[in-house]
Design a protein around this ligand. Structure first.
Ligand code: G3H
Length: 316
């Protein structure tokens, strides 16, 4: 398939009749939206929001909110049962050490730690997130992606993060990409939200990011998430802006509210405030709850805590 024209490259087109029909279903859906975006215009819109609006949100109330939206993440090659248990214990201890602070939204680990986190976590309201389905490359047999997700849920994951098949998306196989997401969502069920990572640093253009956002939402994503944090380019304000626009337009057409999770490379409090501001400006205050806005980060927690308490801390 040629991704530009969506035409089959095979000589005998009959062989791909079904494929064309299915792909057309997604092209018809995409045609309902404006996906012809201009990257320079997106950059300008983001520049304007940052210049004019961010200062309004640089305050302790917003920082407290952001702390409560954090998905406290450990996705390291060096993670072990002991380190993840200690990680979870810190969340348990945080509640009594900082009784006036909100707790983080979730703890996010690999699926092999789902049972350790879910069995040792004592703070109610903190969700157990697992990255699944061949995270971070998404290069895994679809059956294993589904099985890994089902096992993570069985072991106690209450939220699942997956990477869409970036390879399928870039080669124009929207059907293959969306079928995988739908199958994975079906083993999550209604009770376990599915976050779909677009890996925006790899798909690059605003047009691709808008299309991938829409495809992921139609296929069953409950949240769309920017990045894994494992690729050279992670979350950017421009990608966030386009994804929030897609969420807004999807909501206008379907009435369904999808969450947004910038993740990867969020290394300063100001980075987080910029994402908050983009969500507020594009999606409005309705999205400013920790149900609809999450931050995927392995480094921000201590920085926010230090700013909020006025003393440098390395609690997490
Ligand atoms: O989802 C969370 C990301 O993997 C974290 O990335 P980070 O280590 O760049 O904060």
């Amino acid at each position: 398939m040629n991704s530009e024209t969506n035409q089959c490259n095979h000589e005998h087109h009959d062989c791909c009749g079904h494929h064309h029909e299915e792909s057309n279903k997604y092209l018809d859906m995409l045609a309902l939206y404006n996906t012809k975006l201009n990257d320079a215009e997106v950059s300008e819109a983001v520049r304007k929001i940052i210049a004019e609006k961010v200062h309004e949100n640089d305050n302790d109330d917003v920082k407290r909110f952001l702390f409560g939206s954090i998905e406290l993440t450990s996705l390291k090659t060096t993670d072990s049962e002991e380190s993840i248990l200690a990680f979870t214990e810190r969340v348990n201890q945080f509640d009594s050490a900082y009784p006036n602070m909100p707790h983080v939204a979730t703890i996010c680990t690999y699926p092999c730690y789902a049972s350790i986190v879910s069995e040792s976590l004592e703070v109610s309201g903190v969700e157990v997130t697992c990255v699944s389905a061949g995270f971070p490359s998404s290069q895994m047999l679809p059956e294993i992606k589904v099985a890994e997700t089902a096992l993570a849920v069985k072991d106690g994951a209450t939220e699942i993060d997956i990477v869409m098949s970036v390879g399928k998306f870039l080669s124009g196989d929207y059907e293959g990409m969306c079928d995988e997401i739908s199958e994975i969502k079906s083993v999550c069920g209604d009770d376990v939200p599915l976050k779909v990572i677009l890996e925006t640093g790899d798909i690059k253009t605003a047009e691709n990011i808008k299309k991938a956002s829409l495809l992921a939402m139609y296929a069953g994503a409950d949240y769309i998430k920017t990045s894994t944090g494992k690729e050279p380019i992670s979350a950017t304000p421009e990608a966030a802006y386009v994804m929030c626009q897609a969420i807004k337009e999807y909501h206008e057409k379907t009435g369904i509210k999808i969450g947004f999770k910038p993740a990867g490379g969020i290394n300063t409090v100001m980075d987080a405030i910029i994402y908050y501001t983009i969500v507020k400006e594009v999606l409005g205050k309705e999205w400013l709850t920790n149900k609809y806005l999450r931050l995927g980060t392995s480094r921000l927690t201590n920085l926010l805590l230090s700013e909020l308490t006025g003393e440098e801390t390395k609690f997490f």
